[in-house]
Each structure stands twice: as C-alpha cells, then as structure tokens.
Design a protein. Structure first.
Length: 369
C-alpha cells in the first residue's frame, strides 16, 4: 500500500496550506479580474460600431477611430454616396468629446448627434425613459446618471444649452467617455453647418463592401473608408495600446507573487521534514520519487487556489461593476484556461528550490544524533 506522502505533508498543517492556497487564489483572482476588465473595455470600445449596423464608415483622411482622431466630412457627400450602385442607405453622424459640468463637477462625454428620424446611430439598449431625443433633449448612459445622481427629466447644460434627460442607455460607455445622444441638427452646432464627423453606409449586399469602398476612395482621396470590422478593430487598438503594457506588468507581478508564496510554503514544509526525506532516500527512494512528492504538494496547492480564485472572480467582478459604473468586466473560457496554465506554471517554478534542497540530502543524516 502506497502512502500519500505529498498529501499527508500538505494537509498536516492546515494553516500553512491555507496560506499557500490563499496566495495562489489572490494571484489568480487578480489576473482574472485584470483580464476581465481588459476584455470588457475592448468590448465597450467596439460595441457602438458593431451595434450601429453600418457596413462602411467614411471619415476624413487620417482619421482612424472615434476616440483620439478628429474627422470632418461634408454632409453633401451623403447624397453622392447614396447614388453608388450597391448602397442602400447613408446616415450622417457627429461624434465629439466634450466636458459637461454637472453639480460643479466636470464630466467627460462623447456627444453623438444622429438623425433621430431614422434612429441609426442612436442608443440600442434603453434602460429607462425613451429614445430618440427631441430638440432640447438628451439620452445619457446610465454610468453618468449613477455617478452624478441624476434622474429622468433632470437637465444638464451641454455647451451652455440646457438639455432635458429623457432616456438612459445601457452599454454605451468607454471607461472615461460615456456616450450622450442628441439630435443631429443640434449637434451640428459643434462643427458648423453642412459638416459631420462620419458617414455610415449600409449596403444591399455586404459582400460588395470592398468594391464600394474602393469606388468611394477613388472618387474622394480626401476621405478614408473602413469596413465595419476594420473600424471596430481600429477603436479596439486604441485600448490595446493604452492598457496592454500596464496590464502585462500587473499580471506578471500577480504571477510572481503566487510563485513566491507557493514556493515559500512548500520549501518550509520540505525543511520541516528534511530528516524524513533523508529516511526515504536511505531506504532506496529515488530522486524522481522525492521530486514527485514536492511537485505534487505544489500542484495540489495551486489547483485548489485556482478553483478558489476563479470562483471569487465572479463576485469581485460584480462588486467592481457596481462600485464603478463605467467599468465592464467580461470573462471568456480563454481567461480561465490561461489562469489554469498560470497555476500549473506556478507549481513548476515553486518546486524548483525545494527540489534542489532535496537533491542535496545526505542519507547519512538519518544515523546522526
């Protein structure tokens, strides 16, 4: 009968086991939460483009996205583009970041002006109230409502003009830039008459997107034309460039902390039972068997920590989204597969120093006083 030495050593001191499991769980929890916020933010960055339903986006040459590049397009081009074979609809859009004072506090918003008669470009998910907004009305994302304690029918000043809040939208925010929706004609005051930020083009046959895009670009070299997928990717790349380096550093720190905690716990357990390992070596246990004992302790600790950390991540995600309305946390199976791989990697790395210690054991210590 084989004695489960690894489990016996590990579970003989529940406090030490708790520290090891807790360390891994916190590391996994942090990694999953960071990855979830990252994915949630990426989803937010592309949600507008994906929900509007335009097959092509027409912008000023040099403009690549909705967030950090500026675009002005003549409104008159909408009629011209609508005559191109394969084009079914062309909808103008004005998008402009601005600061809105509410209760003595400055709020960053992206004001979106769209043709309320068609509804294309407006909010796609209304939590309260109604859309579209009429003259002197506005629809705000619920994160702004919550952050400022606003209610339906309250008013805010937009560029010095009062606007009544008639609707509250969901899923229309991006970290620091929630969307605010108003009528296109009112938004036109921002850019001047006859000018918009983008033209959204719908096609009879989306398969002809490249052909129509080439025709627009050839006729108007001062314009940039993007497919929906490309424009969404351009928006997402802004987030990747801003957040990915920071995210990578924090994930590495969390991983290193997990390795250190598991390694210290397993090392202390190894030192505590140093003579027992010597006895096993003296009676003929090979190095491979001894290494296996240490490695199994690390794996058990890491796997339990992975399960605890993964379960806790859902609760933490909920708390984060309740506490900070602008943040979205979204998980995928890839995140949990990556976290499991990280936990197993922690086991391998954490076993290195204890295994080196065992390798140096002299079986003669068993016979010393």
């Amino acid at each position: 009968m084989r004695v489960p030495v690894a489990r016996r050593n590990l579970f003989s001191d529940l406090t030490r086991l708790g520290i090891s499991v807790g360390g891994v769980a916190i590391a996994i929890l942090l990694m999953l939460t960071l990855l979830g916020i990252y994915k949630g933010t990426l989803d937010q960055s592309t949600s507008y483009v994906n929900n509007v339903g335009a097959d092509l986006w027409v912008a000023q040459a040099g403009a690549k996205d909705m967030f950090h590049t500026f675009s002005i397009v003549p409104l008159s081009l909408a009629d011209e583009i609508s005559l191109i074979d394969g084009v079914s609809e062309v909808h103008p859009l004005i998008s402009r970041p601005t600061l809105v004072p509410i209760g003595g506090r400055e709020n960053t918003m992206t004001v979106v002006g769209y043709h309320t008669g068609t509804g294309v470009g407006g909010p796609w998910d209304i939590a309260e109230g109604r859309a579209p907004p009429g003259p002197g009305e506005i629809v705000l994302d619920r994160s702004i409502m919550k952050q400022n304690g606003l209610k339906l029918n309250d008013s805010i000043d937009l560029e010095g003009v009062p606007h009544k809040i008639v609707g509250v939208s969901r899923g229309t925010t991006l970290i620091i830039n929630p969307y605010a929706f108003i009528d296109l004609e009112e938004a036109g005051k921002f850019l001047g008459p006859g000018r918009v930020s983008f033209l959204m083009v719908k096609l009879n046959d989306p398969a002809r997107a490249q052909q129509v895009s080439n025709e627009i670009a050839d006729s108007h070299p001062e314009l940039a034309v993007f497919s929906r997928e490309k424009f969404a990717e351009n928006n997402a790349s802004v987030i990747r460039e801003a957040f990915l380096p920071i995210l990578a550093v924090l994930v590495v720190i969390a991983f290193a902390a997990g390795v250190a905690i598991v390694g210290l716990v397993v090392y202390s357990a190894t030192i505590e039972r140093y003579r027992e390992y010597g006895i096993l070596k003296a009676v003929g246990a090979g190095s491979r068997n001894l290494y296996g004992i240490v490695f199994k302790q690390s794996v058990i600790s890491s796997l339990i920590g992975f399960l605890v950390g993964s379960a806790a991540s859902f609760g933490v995600a909920w708390i984060v989204m309740q506490a900070v309305a602008k943040i979205s946390v979204s998980f995928s199976w890839i995140h949990f597969a990556s976290a499991l791989l990280a936990a197993l990697s922690m086991s391998v790395l954490a076993s290195y120093i204890p295994i080196r210690k065992i390798n140096k054991i002299d079986p003669m210590i068993v016979f010393k006083a």
